[in-house]
Design a protein around this ligand. Structure first.
Ligand code: ARG
Length: 461
């Protein structure tokens, strides 16, 4: 009844509750590919260094291939007695090839093994997130190009502020995602040292070649301190921080789509394929995918908090607390993948109601700043005074239910005689947007220039 891997010093086996609380196989089976790959790399190195014979190494490598093929077709078996993916694989290997299997774990511990497997997994997740973000950027840049001159109200405090273009608004998210991509690239680069060969915590007395295993697994170099190597989960936290920041951006875009899809706004119709209906209200089409992107951002941030709390205050080196590192990373990665795919689909398939956007921009006195700027430029009035005059004009327009450019000239001149008929050109939303041609501004020419740059960066040109 004793444990096959470590039962030598035990008089009795673990209780049922010990087996259950200890078992990580239900979730760490997701690491099986990385575990097999790292084991094959390790045993090839052991053979090259003369630590195991070529014949044993060949038997082990062949056996690991068989285990991998079994996992591929039938999944990874979940036996709590075998604790985790490492012991599950080694025990199956022993069934397949016999005693030689016991040589695989020479000069290795599950502590450096799990750190290596998990780091390989997280590195792949960084690459996948970067690629999925690139796909969403392609969707954004495509719609932004289409709508480089589409007028919509720009908001501050969710109150109409100044007219902007829809292309400019979409490109704002492109920039956020650019920073997100750089965070995943950075997380990947920082996770470029290989823990394998650090053994339990102190290194090993066997003449291993850590450079060889590091480079065979795609790392730049081995880790430089064995205690740090088996205790470090910064790479997982870096990934979760990048994922949280990215999810936060996605949740802001999701919130805007939700607001825009509401009937009072009516700025967008989201694709049917990413919406749901109501079981009682036949007219309903709900933006559930966007709401779930907004909601999942909270769960992803919770995953980051979870791992930070796990790592806080842990003494060197490995403690079993660290087994709890994997569920939050796997959960966050799954959620982020879904959120990015859903958002890409929503941006690709959104039907923007440009007529409603323009009407809202025209109605909200969005060009009031343009009137004040005109007074400064044409009549040399100090900005604060121009602001006051414009405020009076807005008040008048509002009381008459008119857009600013529909107030008769005589009424504007009654507020300030320095206003003349040239002012009307400045009050159109098109003129307002076209005038904001400073670098990074909303003028269509600026938006098109940034779109062209972005398309080059994405490899679309
Ligand atoms: N399942 C363990 C984990 O995920 C593997 C490492 C076990 N190491 C140990 N010293 N018990 O952390």
């Amino acid at each position: 009844t004793g444990n096959k891997m470590w039962g030598g010093r035990f008089a009795e086996g673990p209780s049922a509750i010990m087996r259950e609380i200890n078992a990580s196989i239900p979730f760490d089976k997701a690491l099986w590919r990385q575990d097999i790959r790292a084991s094959k790399t390790h045993v090839a190195m052991l053979a090259a260094q003369g630590i195991v014979t070529a014949a044993d190494a060949a038997a082990i490598a062949g056996g690991l291939d068989t285990v991998a093929a079994e996992y591929e077709t039938s999944g990874v078996p979940e036996n709590w007695d075998l604790e985790d993916i490492h012991m599950t694989t080694e025990s199956r290997l022993a069934e397949l090839i016999g005693a030689a299997a016991g040589r695989l774990h020479t000069a290795r511990s599950r502590n450096d093994q799990v750190a290596t497997d998990f780091k390989l997994w997280v590195r792949e997740a960084c690459v996948a997130a970067d690629a999925a973000l690139g796909a969403l950027q392609v969707a954004l840049v495509t719609r932004a190009e289409e709508h480089a001159a589409t007028i919509m109200p720009g908001f501050t405090h969710l109150q109409t502020a100044q007219p902007v273009t829809l292309g400019h608004h979409l490109m704002a998210y492109y920039e956020m995602l650019d920073r997100d991509r750089s965070r995943f690239v950075d997380a990947h680069r920082r996770a470029s040292q290989c823990p394998l060969g650090s053994a339990a915590l102190a290194g090993t007395g066997f003449p291993i070649d850590r450079e060889a295993t590091a480079s065979a697994l795609g790392f730049a170099m081995p880790t430089r301190n064995s205690l740090d190597a088996v205790s470090d989960r910064d790479f997982a936290l870096d990934y979760l921080m990048a994922a949280s920041q990215c999810a936060l951006h996605l949740s802001r875009l999701a919130e805007e789509l939700i607001i825009w899809a509401s009937q009072p706004f009516g700025f967008v119709v989201l694709p049917d394929a990413l919406s749901t209906g109501s079981s009682i209200m036949p007219q309903k089409k709900n933006p559930d995918a966007a709401e779930l992107v907004r909601g999942h951002a909270g769960r992803i941030a919770g995953c980051l908090t979870s791992l930070m709390m796990t790592m806080k205050g842990l003494p060197l080196a490995y403690s079993k607390d660290m087994q709890d590192d994997k569920p939050p990373v796997f959960e966050a990665a799954g959620l982020l993948t879904l959120c990015l795919a859903a958002m890409t689909g929503m941006i690709d398939g959104a039907a923007f109601r440009t007529d409603r956007m323009r009407a809202a921009a025209e109605l909200g006195f969005a060009t009031a700043t343009d009137l004040a700027d005109w007074l400064v430029r044409q009549a040399d009035i100090p900005f604060r005074e121009a602001h006051h005059i414009t405020g009076a004009a807005v008040k008048l327009a509002e009381s008459r239910g008119l857009a600013l450019d529909k107030v008769p000239l005589a009424d504007l001149q009654a507020i300030d005689p320095r206003i003349d008929e040239r002012v009307f050109a400045a009050l159109s939303v098109d003129q307002s947007v076209a005038s904001r041609a400073s670098y990074g501004g909303t003028a269509p020419e600026q938006v098109r220039a940034r779109v062209a740059e972005a398309r080059r960066d994405l490899g679309l040109e």
